[in-house]
Write a protein that binds this ligand. Sequence first.
Ligand code: ZN
Length: 76
Amino acid sequence: MNVFYCDACRTKFETEGTRTEWIDRTYGPCIRWTAVCPTCGAECRLAETVHAQSGGSGIGGSMDWGGGSGCGPSCR
Ligand SMILES: [Zn+2]
């Protein structure tokens, strides 16, 4: 099972999904997992991929946490 994330519903769901493989002229062999959202029917991507892409914008939040000495995200 894989975890997918639906942008339309903003929810995660688990399903087998569909594995698409193709040979890219520039990057070579590529693999992409897609699944159809059970709620709205939209095509969704792997949740891990979404998380990785949104990680860059979390830098500002971590700076706020660093303001208090010894204070981490868990105490907010
Ligand atoms: Zn959806």
